[in-house]
Design a protein around this ligand. Structure first.
Ligand SMILES: Nc1ncnc2c1ncn2[C@@H]1O[C@H](COP(=O)(O)OP(=O)(O)OP(=O)(O)O)[C@@H](O)[C@H]1O
Length: 601
């Protein structure tokens, strides 16, 4: 059971939110999303107008039934009028089927556009965005937020038009029937609108908080119920505290859910009472008017009450729509927030295109300085480095000295703050994305495999790779025998994030994936750290026989991995402190020798 103090906390939090005022969304921008479908929308509005106008005939037919057919006992006229009533209902229903079809098609198309826009925009963002956001949060925005505006698009937009049209047409009809009774009928309207605005603001804020907490919940589930998450929580004995954290978040979600449904419920009830009292008061007023000799007939009264009844639905819908619209705007605000994230790594306007087979593989860094954020110290400082084409380079150094960061810069996952990185003399910022991806193969520290078969995982790098190519790449990565021995061979599905395979097996699979593209430059960032030295050596030899002119940069902690490199670069605190061959560096008896000593101990 929720305790009462936490309910009070929640109410305070919502009040705090309210103090910030309503969320601002550029409405024109929301409208622009619908521009490609404008003609369908025009057709939809036209159809809705037709149904409203046709529908409004009903009260007049009723008036004629009461005043002319029934009062004069004219059976022929009665049959004709009843036929007209049924006809109106049938035509309206038929048009409504078409309306629903158009509305859902347009709605789904708009959602699809939004989903794809957000997804493709996020694909363009640099690592900076992803290191700063939680996976569950991104997922929640794409599925929950965009899903949340669905009702606005598919349902509310049609409701709005049809309700507005019905209200407008009914108003005209009521005034045509009798202006005094019509005026009275509309007395309750200003109240309702005012109350509606209040509830709308309140619910908007609740909707925002609700989405945030839902995102918290997805993140927590994602983080803690993944294979690695469950291993972490079990081995650290944190299961209980995670359950407590989840309980708190879930309770918040439940409260906000209740709050979003009940906020302003009293005001709504008042609107209900006003609406329920109207027909009774109309009879009373009608009776008084009839007594004073006005032109009001029984038929007028019956038609007026029928009109009022026809108005209740659309009016209530309009009131609710205001609320729904405001909640949807809150969701649009969150979607736009993602779409507005600046793309910090952009492709050059007129990029240099280089085919992989034209690449020699000479890399130069000139005065490269880089920091992860403006308020953080530089991670790499004034790096100058020359890597000749086709050479083998080892990068070593203490943990956190900036080795992986250098790899990120080569792959343009981040851009340098100052200085430049060139490949064969071309600044990588001038290369097309595809050229850079084609010339540089990267195997990162963390082997990442998709939940798919081994073959599909490998083909992620090269869709059209033949089976023979898969086998060749797997052989170099020393994983072919192992995969081939599995009952389903290359068809074996990799468990959640590759769990069925050991750490070393996953490393070799990711290496095979990169090798499939046969990149002229290969960057191995701790790519063989989980392998025994014999297997590692076998991979190095196979790599050499596969393509001798390939430039290979190997980042390693284990110094034996890079011992035979043409050049070993020693990093310390974001700077190169030493470079040379293993023998040179050993003879210098400095930083490298120290690391080697530590390695052996
Ligand atoms: N996204 C990030 N935001 C802020 N700082 C970061 C980020 N990524 C890395 N760093 C910091 O940059 C520094 C260099 O990190 P990097 O991963 O390049 O080191 P490394 O030499 O590869 O370390 P290791 O050998 O442990 O893999 C570290 O101090 C690290 O904390």
């Amino acid at each position: 059971m929720a305790n009462s103090s936490s309910w009070a906390d929640l109410a305070d939090a919502i009040d705090d939110d309210l103090a910030d005022g309503p969320v601002k969304v550029d409405r024109k921008r929301v409208l622009r999303i619908f521009v490609p479908y404008r003609w369908w929308l025009v057709l939809l509005v036209g159809l809705i107008a037709v149904t409203s106008v046709v529908g409004i005939g009903t009260p007049f037919v009723i008036q004629a039934i009461v005043d002319d057919a029934l009062a004069n006992r004219a059976l022929g006229l009665l049959v004709a009028l009843v036929g007209a009533l049924i006809g109106i209902a049938a035509v309206t229903a038929a048009i409504q089927v078409v309306e629903t079809l158009i509305a859902s098609r347009v709605g789904q198309a708009v959602m699809h556009d939004l989903r794809v826009r957000v997804y493709s925009h996020l694909q363009k963002l640099s690592l900076r965005f992803f290191t700063a956001s939680r996976t569950g949060e991104v997922q929640s925005r794409i599925s929950n937020d965009i899903g949340g505006v669905q009702s606005l698009v598919t349902h509310s937009a049609t409701q709005l038009t049809s309700s507005a049209a019905t209200v407008a047409v009914s108003a005209v009809a009521m005034f045509v029937l009798d202006w005094k009774l019509a005026l009275f009928s509309f007395l309750a309207l200003p109240f309702s609108i005012w109350i509606n605005r209040r509830i709308g603001n309140l619910r908007l804020q609740v909707a925002m908080r609700q989405q945030e907490r839902l995102a918290d919940m997805s993140s927590l589930v994602q983080e803690s119920l993944s294979v690695s998450g469950i291993v972490l929580s079990k081995t650290t004995g944190q299961s209980r505290s995670l359950v407590e954290r989840f309980t708190r978040t879930s309770r918040d979600v439940a409260r906000l859910e209740v709050r979003s449904h009940t906020a302003g419920q009293w005001e709504y009830s008042l609107v209900d009472v006003l609406i329920a009292a109207m027909p009774a008061l109309t009879y009373l007023l009608g009776g008084i008017l009839m007594g004073t000799g006005s032109s009001v007939t029984t038929g007028t009264l019956v038609a007026m009450i029928a009109l009022q009844a026809a108005l209740i639905g659309p009016l209530e819908a309009l009131l609710l729509l205001g609320v729904e619209y405001r909640s949807s705007m809150a969701l649009f605000a969150r979607i736009f927030d993602y779409l507005d994230r600046e793309v910090d790594i952009v492709e050059a306007k007129d990029p240099v295109v280089v085919a992989p087979d034209q690449v020699r593989g000479e890399i130069r860094l000139k005065g490269v300085t880089f920091r992860y954020a403006d308020d953080l110290p530089p991670v790499l400082r004034e790096i100058d480095l020359e890597i000749p084409a086709g050479s083998r380079v080892g990068i070593v150094g203490a943990t956190g000295s900036g080795k992986s960061t250098l790899g990120y810069l080569l792959a343009r996952l981040y851009d340098v703050d100052s200085g430049s990185v060139t490949i064969d003399g071309v600044d990588i910022r001038d290369l097309s994305f595809a050229s850079l991806a084609g010339m540089l193969g990267v195997v990162t520290q963390e082997p990442y495999l998709l939940h798919a078969s081994v073959a599909e995982n490998l083909r992620f790098a090269k869709e059209d790779a033949s089976d023979a190519e898969l086998v060749a790449a797997a052989k170099i990565a020393q994983i072919h025998d192992m995969v081939a021995a599995l009952p389903e061979g290359y068809g074996t599905v990799v468990g959640e994030r590759g769990y069925r395979f050991s750490g070393g097996e996953k490393q070799r699979l990711t290496l095979a994936r990169t090798l499939l593209r046969d990149p002229p430059i290969l960057l191995l960032d701790e790519a063989t750290s989980a392998l025994d030295t014999r297997t590692e050596r076998a991979i190095t030899e196979a790599l050499d026989t596969m393509r001798a002119d390939r430039t290979i940069i190997t980042i390693a902690h284990r110094l034996s991995t890079v011992r035979h490199a043409d050049q070993i670069i020693v990093f310390d605190h974001g700077q190169i402190v030493e470079q040379g061959t293993h023998d040179d560096l050993l003879a210098r008896n400095n930083r490298y020798a120290e690391l080697l000593g530590a390695d052996r101990r």
